[in-house]
Design a protein around this ligand. Structure first.
Ligand SMILES: [Zn+2]
Length: 238
């Protein structure tokens, strides 16, 4: 009886482990996907900022060139002012000069904003680069560990099934069939300790006689309510 109980608990542990291996076939690839996604996001953030920086630097260069060109125009028009003959020519030239000045002023504002955004991007890029390198390192290590786990599931399952077979042959047929039925029907633990003189799974109270029988471990009894196999645990049961 005690031997059956010990083997049942061993079997239950093996089945729990096998269940966990089965579940890991689902969640390990999910975990890997999350790590890969995180890495890709970090990479994208860095690359986007790098490309924005390149765009902003090009914009700065173009604006500087345009400002230079406009300033040369301005100089040219201002020299023409010296040789103006008529009021009409004068008005036209002043209007032209005003327009160029406005355009230069707006380009200069744009230029200041562009230079500011370059500085911000450069700071961000340092940060993103550091983060990316950490993520590559951390996630790379974790991915390798997870891949190794996935690759060894099959071997672990075979080993546990071997253990399961040898434990199962040690358990009496009748007890094993109760165990198997409850495990498949109810899920979770099929062998549970009595807790405070009640079933440890469904909490249905035991009669004093039944509690006594389980305590004496004459034979393995099941819960009237949920059918699980019950055993006495000195710390939990009384
Ligand atoms: Zn129960």
């Amino acid at each position: 009886m005690q031997q059956d109980l010990n083997n049942l608990l061993k079997l239950q542990e093996i089945d729990y482990f096998l269940g966990e291996l089965e579940r890991s076939k689902e969640y390990l690839p999910d975990m890997m996907e999350n790590l890969k996604r995180e890495l890709a996001e970090s990479q994208l953030k860095f690359e986007t900022a790098m490309s924005d920086l390149e765009d902003s630097k090009l914009k700065q260069k173009n604006l500087e060139l345009e400002v230079k060109t406009k300033e040369a125009d301005l100089q040219k028009y201002q020299q023409q002012m010296m040789s103006i003959k008529t009021n009409k020519e004068y008005d036209a030239l002043v209007a032209e000069i005003d327009m160029i000045k406005q355009s230069v002023s707006s380009m200069e504002t744009d230029l200041i904003e562009t230079i500011d955004s370059i500085a911000t991007l450069e700071t961000n890029i340092e940060e993103y680069k550091e983060k990316l390198s950490q993520t590559k390192d951390n996630n790379g290590k974790q991915l390798a560990i997870l891949q190794e786990k996935i690759d060894t599931i099959g071997d672990k399952v075979s080993a546990k099934n071997g253990e399961r077979n040898s434990v199962t042959t040690e358990i009496s047929r009748q007890i094993f069939s109760v165990y198997d039925r409850v495990r498949k029907g109810k899920g979770g633990s099929a062998v549970v300790p009595v807790k405070s003189r009640a079933c440890g799974a469904c909490f249905k109270a035991l009669t004093p006689k039944k509690a006594q029988e389980i305590r004496k471990a004459v034979k393995i009894l099941t819960c009237d309510n949920c059918g699980r196999l019950l055993y006495w645990d000195a710390d939990l049961s009384a």
